[in-house]
Each structure stands twice: as C-alpha cells, then as structure tokens.
Design a protein around this ligand. Structure first.
Ligand SMILES: C[S@@+](CC[C@H](N)C(=O)[O-])C[C@H]1O[C@@H](n2cnc3c(N)ncnc32)[C@H](O)[C@@H]1O
Length: 397
C-alpha cells in the first residue's frame, strides 16, 4: 500500500479545515461522535462532504475508478442480464439505480436496453449528493437522445408507492457509513471520534448501545465463535432497515448489488484485526480515515452474508451470488466484447477494450474482489439467465 499521499492544494486544505471545524463543533456540543456519524459527515455533509462537494472523484483524474467508469462493457452486461426481469415486469417497469456516480452507468445501460428493446418506462436515480445529481443530469442530457433522457427522473427519497422492475447498485453499499466495534472481556464497544486538546481527531471506544451490541452478538453466533479481546471491525446494523426502506415498495422484479467484499467468515477472519476500512485519495489507498476530512473517499468492504440476510428478511429470494468475473461471463461478456471489438475503428480502441475486460475479470483486479448478489421477487426462473443461476455460489455464504 502506497502511504505517501499527494499534498492537497491550499484551497482543498481550507475546504477540509471547514469540515473538520464543523465536526469539532458537534463534538464540543454533544461529546464524541460515533465513527459512523464521523464517516457520514466526511462523505455527505452538505456542500463539504466528499460526495457532496464539487471535486472530481471518479476516473483517471479523480480518486478511484469504478467498473462503469472503465468503459461501457460492464453496463452492457448488467443491462443484458436484467432485460428479462424488466420485460417480465411489463410496460410500466422501472429501472431504479442507487448512487449513480457520474451518470455513465445510466447512459450505457439505457443505450443497451434500447438496443435490446427492453427499455423501462422510467429510469429512477436516487443520489444523496446534490453535486453528483447535477453531474448525472448534465451528462445524461448531453449524451442521451431526448427520448431516453425523458425517462430519467431523480428521486429525493426511496419510492413511497408500489413499483416493479430492477433495483441496481454498484459500489453503494461500500459507501454506507459503517459502525466500528471492538470487544473486550465479552463486552462490545463502539468506536467514537473525539477531538484532543490540539483539535486533532482521536479514536475512543464507548460501551455499545443495544442495537450495535446485538448486531455484534449476531455475528459471533453466526460465526460460531467469540471475537478475541481487542478485535476490531465493521458492521452495518442498519442494513436490514435500509434495504427495507429502499425496496419495501418493490412488488416484483430483481435487485442486483455489485461491490467489493467477502462472505462473513472471510470478512471476520481472526487475523483481520482492524477491519476492512480503506480510504482513497488520488489513486492512493491508505487506512487513515481521520486525515483530510472531506477530501478522501472512505469505504468498507461488504459482508455479503449480511446482505443475503437483509435481502431475504426484506422478502426477496436469493437467486445468485457470484464473483464479478463469473457474473459478467454469465451475462454475455463474450458477445458484448465481440460486438464492441468488431465495431472498434482502430487498434487503440481494440486494445482499450481488451484492457477493460482484464480489469473487470482478472482475479487480482476486480474479478474476484468484487461480487454480485442478485435477488428476485415474484419472478419466474425464466426471467433470470440460466447461466446466472448456474454461477450461484451462495452455498459459500
Ligand atoms: C463509490 S460511488 C459509486 C458510484 C457509481 N455507482 C459507480 O459505480 O461509479 C458511491 C455512490 O453511492 C452514493 N450513495 C451513498 N449512499 C447512498 C444511499 N444511501 N443511497 C443512494 N446512493 C448512495 C454516493 O453518493 C455515490 O454516488
């Protein structure tokens, strides 16, 4: 891991200092904040948080690259995999994307769905960052034919009335504020952030409230062992409620989550004693979430066993859990790549396509670090690719 971080500009440093001041004020008023609250402020404080402020995040000039940012192959595969489910939901089917990033996924997905004659009635986006919402709107208005752009709509909150179709989220779960916990003598403690006499942020552990303590006890029961004293990791106690809030009104269709993470017993390996937290700043990854508030991304890996529990708890059936490479291959990556390759106009474009496939599928790249979990609700099995059902490795959960 490269630990030398590029220096922020004077303007960026001033921006970060404003957010740090706001967090210090909150701590002065009501005591140390939970790590989850600290992460929420760092990422989503209006106008100041990493995702809420205007800096470029995605792509080569930003801090990290996501699968849709590599090129259109990822979105085309997802569109192909989900087209049967959309069709099964009829002419009023909805595509509902959470956390649309720069808007490239929505663009490439809508164009592919049009080519497949499987357009949804509406393409909804739910995006907490006002800045990203604007970027998505601009990109889609510029890049899409008017008829397709007219299908896009931005929601202010999860849908409050019944809908059917496809729910999709790439790298959203890893951006949800996580609870950090540790155990000592059988007791559960929650990590909080305090400010010391110099105003620097420091960690401090406080007895966990019943929700967090219950979530950690559930983990221990499910793993069949207690965490060692001092073991520290992350959990999303709110995941079942969050998913219920997002998908509670979805009467029919599919929900697909792609993210990096592990099944539970790999997430909570005894030797992984400080969790999975990772920060990204200009393509450098490091593990100090307390530095440069607002300037860096903070993420944690996803416990896919917890996601499966939450999905089933919300009334979904778990249809398939696969590595991203397996998911893409089962969704027709070969054909999608061949069509793009045939259509490429020069050698550089063909080379870029081959590179895209490598980044998406090689085990050391995104192929196995990223996993796809597909849920269905009230869908016949012929609305899901047989290859996706065959790729299912949920027995490992
Ligand atoms: C790592 S980015 C991924 C962006 C995009 N999906 C991609 O793959 O390029 C995380 C995205 O999730 C959004 N997000 C975070 N919390 C969310 C929530 N509770 N609901 C919907 N989107 C959320 C962020 O604002 C951001 O757009």
């Amino acid at each position: 891991m490269d630990t030398t971080l590029p220096e922020p500009s004077v303007e960026e440093a001033a921006h970060s200092a404003r957010l740090a001041d706001a967090i210090r004020k909150e701590i002065a008023a009501s005591g140390p904040v939970s790590f989850a609250r600290f992460m929420e402020r760092c990422l989503y404080a209006p106008g100041l948080g990493y995702y809420s402020a205007g800096r470029l995040k995605f792509g080569a000039a930003g801090d990290f690259v996501t699968a849709p940012e590599l090129g259109p192959l990822f979105a085309r595969c997802v569109a192909r995999a989900m087209a049967p489910a959309l069709r099964a939901c009829g002419k009023d089917a909805i595509w509902f994307e959470l956390g649309g990033g720069s808007g490239v996924f929505a663009r490439d997905c809508l164009l592919e769905l049009q080519a497949l004659d499987a357009l949804p009635r509406h393409y909804w986006l739910l995006e907490p960052s006002a800045d990203l919402r604007e970027r998505q709107r601009e990109r889609l208005q510029t890049d899409l034919p008017t008829e397709l752009f007219a299908r896009c709509a931005w929601l202010d909150r999860p849908p409050q009335h019944a809908w059917a179709g496809v729910l999709f989220a790439n790298e959203v779960l890893d951006a949800l504020p996580v609870t950090r916990f540790t155990t000592q003598g059988g007791e559960v403690f929650e990590e909080h952030i305090d400010a010391n006499g110099n105003g620097a942020f420091v960690r401090t552990d406080r007895p966990a409230d019943p929700l967090v303590a219950g979530a950690v006890r559930h983990l221990q029961r499910s793993l069949g062992r207690e965490f060692e004293d001092g073991y520290r990791s992350e959990v999303l106690p709110q995941l079942p409620w969050w998913l219920e809030a997002i998908a509670g009104e979805q009467t029919r269709g599919a929900a697909l989550f792609v993210d990096y993470g592990y099944v539970r017993r790999e997430f909570y390996l005894p030797e992984r004693r400080d969790g999975t937290l990772l920060c990204h700043y200009r393509h450098r990854a490091h593990a100090d979430p307390l530095s440069m508030p607002g300037l860096q991304d903070i993420t944690a890996s996803v416990d896919f066993t917890a996601l499966a529990e939450a999905g089933i708890g919300a009334g979904f059936e778990l249809a398939s859990h696969a590595f991203q490479s397996e998911f893409l291959i089962a969704s027709g990556l070969d054909a999608v790549f061949a069509a793009a390759y045939d259509g490429a106009t020069d050698e550089a474009a063909r080379y870029a396509l081959a590179q895209q496939v490598k980044r998406l599928t090689l085990p050391g790249e995104m192929g196995e670090r990223f996993q796809a979990m597909l849920f269905t609700r009230d869908l016949d099995s012929d609305a899901v690719f047989a290859a996706l059902l065959a790729a299912d490795r949920s027995a490992r959960l």
